[in-house]
Design a protein around this ligand. Structure first.
Ligand SMILES: [Mn+2]
Length: 374
């Protein structure tokens, strides 16, 4: 009897696991010990091992028993949705990679623990997106690439390293979803993506414009400057850069005006609430069209009542549901890269921020699956 609880990553893993199963079963079948060693072995599993089943759902949450296999979300080793952890990108379409760097944070540090918390929260995801009507891991071969190397005491070296490692992923025609880390990591990610796709359309969901000249005297790089640097480096296509959800105390009118003068179409949270999410989405779609789009979601776009675990919280933001709506509404756009940054677990409460973040990454995956389906 097949169950409806699809196994994340199963489509990719089943191919690689089949050979392993065969070996195991050959070793143990004669002594009828297979079922003792592997309680999941049954008639279906045997047919699977013999190659008779090409498409099937399973109640195994991961075919690799070492990861927690058929166990519950609180068991086992938390890769993202218990996807295979690998750097082998052969046949892979989407790689999820952590960017555990928080030395660009100007207030609360701790976002280096963001990727790990998001992975842990992702074990609550079951695999089917009932709103978008898609099971992304059935459509896409997705892996957890692990974390990219960063150097906490050197932001320039980390930027260079992230750009290089991200470039290696993109060179294999794999779409990258980056899990921050503070927002400074978006600059090297944009560098890698622009190197592949040319100047990008960018949608930044954020409470801050992050286009300051500098936050600390003489320091070009921090989590408040990545988009100014990206514009200076011509990584962003003029006229195709939107910031949504901007708010909070500023040092003066020039803060937001600077962003606009740099070419950002800046939508404050007030405009979002006045117009409503559907109208905002219409503006986004009209502005971006078919251009290659990079989406950078700073979790501080969400109200701290819903997402307290972040580096620089700003009151009066989006609800969890509005954020989900905004992300789902990107369906149809030409997504080429995504990141979700600024989850700062030490300030989280009840893991609500990382649970939201994991769900938003699941929405990202759903969008990529729909893009592939066309
Ligand atoms: Mn930001």
């Amino acid at each position: 009897m097949l169950t409806s609880r699809a196994c994340p990553g199963f489509n990719l893993l089943k191919k690689r696991t089949r050979e392993l199963f065969k070996k195991i079963l050959i070793c143990h079948a004669e002594r009828s010990e297979a079922s003792r060693f592997f309680p999941i072995v049954n008639e279906e599993t045997l047919r699977f091992a013999q190659g008779d089943i090409t498409i099937m759902e399973t109640n195994m949450k991961n075919p690799n028993p070492a990861f927690g296999a058929h166990l519950e979300p609180f068991h086992g080793i938390p890769s993202f949705m218990r996807l295979p952890v690998t750097r082998d990108l052969q046949g892979v379409q989407v790689a999820i990679a952590g960017l555990p760097f928080d030395s660009g944070a100007s207030f609360r540090s701790g976002a280096r623990f963001g990727p790990r918390a998001i992975r842990q929260a992702s074990l609550l995801l079951w695999g089917y997106n009932a709103v978008l009507g898609v099971a992304p891991l059935d459509q896409l071969a997705v892996v957890d690439y692990g974390d990219l190397e960063v150097i906490p005491v050197d932001i320039r070296a980390s930027n260079e390293g992230i750009a290089r490692q991200a470039g290696e992923i993109l060179a294999q025609d794999v779409t990258l979803i980056g899990l921050g880390g503070d927002h400074s990591v978006s600059l090297p990610l944009l560098r890698a993506h622009a190197a592949k796709y040319g100047p990008l359309a960018v949608l930044q969901l954020d409470s801050h414009p992050d286009t300051w000249q500098e936050e600390f005297s003489g320091q070009a790089y921090s989590h408040g400057t990545p988009f100014r640097r990206a514009i200076e480096e011509k990584l962003i296509e003029p006229g195709a850069y939107l910031q949504v959800g901007i708010r909070g105390p500023t040092s003066g009118a020039h803060d937001l005006e600077d962003a606009r003068q740099l070419g950002a179409r800046l939508m404050t949270i007030g405009q979002v609430f006045e117009q409503g999410v559907p109208a905002v989405l219409q503006t986004i779609h009209q502005s971006i069209g078919a251009r290659p789009l990079y989406v950078s979601l700073d979790i501080d776009c969400v109200d701290p009542a819903f997402a307290p675990g972040t580096g620089t919280p700003e009151v009066g933001g989006l609800s969890s549901y509005q954020t989900l709506e905004l992300v789902r509404g990107l369906q149809g756009l030409n997504l080429v890269g995504l990141d979700l940054v600024e989850v700062c677990p030490p300030y989280d409460a009840g893991e609500i921020t990382s649970i939201l973040a994991a769900n938003l990454v699941f929405e990202f995956l759903s969008l990529l699956a729909l893009k592939k389906k066309g």
